[in-house]
Ligand binder design. Structure first.
Ligand code: FMN
Length: 199
């Protein structure tokens, strides 16, 4: 959060609303009303719901998204409205992994379904994981441009391992993450550096 000051300690947790009926991930009037109303109600920090870093990273087809520059105008408008009422705003960047319920196939670090109701995911290749990391980076970039005070909270497929055991695919993913985190030239490192410099 660095130097960000909030007017109080009331923080609105990110809560998926699945309210983009056009399935384009863009902010709707409903979203504007929903979040601005909380700012009017004196929440100190609004955290915008999990917003997908790629179309296949959505939980549902109606999720908010931040994978395309066409989605930025709505986020900027939302930021302005929330700021007008004295609140700060943040966004949760997300990839649903095996929690996804979108049409078609889903991708995750392992082939283990999230629950008995969930789809069986396709195991991501290292290249697909790298592409996902790059998507997070690009979305962070869009978030930065949506508003300078837009914070970023990372959420990815790795979070959904809880209680499900480690599979070979997931171990590969963790190793990849650790390896990438230690390498100064890695995209994760660069993403962090990007925040330090720009945020
Ligand atoms: C309707 C609903 C949608 C939620 N969507 C998200 C989400 O988008 N991202 C997330 O990390 N958590 C989500 N959660 C979890 C909440 O952010 C929060 O962590 C959870 O309600 C527990 O809150 P508590 O720790 O204050 O008890 C959601 C919860 C609810 C009730």
């Amino acid at each position: 959060m660095k130097d960000l000051s909030l007017k109080n300690r009331i923080v609105m947790a990110p809560m998926c609303m699945y309210s983009c009926p056009e399935q384009d991930g863009k902010i709707t009037n409903w979203n504007l009303t929903h979040y601005t109303t909380r700012a009017v109600g004196q929440v100190g920090l609004v955290i915008v719901e999990a917003s997908a870093v790629s179309p296949e990273g959505r939980i549902s087809m109606e999720d908010l998204g931040i994978w395309d520059d066409e989605q930025i105008a709505g986020l900027t408008k939302l930021t302005k409205l929330v700021h007008e009422h004295g609140a700060k705003i943040s966004i949760q960047l997300a990839h649903a992994g095996r929690k996804s319920r979108i049409d078609g196939s889903i991708k995750a670090p392992s082939v283990i379904p999230f629950s008995y109701k969930s789809k069986t995911p396709q195991e991501m290749t290292i290249q697909q994981i790298e592409d996902t990391v790059a998507s997070f980076k690009k979305s962070a970039y869009w978030a930065f441009f949506a508003a300078k005070q837009l914070g970023v909270n990372l959420e990815g497929p790795i979070q959904y391992r809880r209680g499900m055991g480690l599979t070979f695919g997931l171990l590969k993913y963790i190793r990849f993450f650790l390896k990438k985190s230690k390498q100064p030239q890695s995209s994760i490192y660069r993403t962090e550096a990007f925040y330090n410099l720009k945020y």
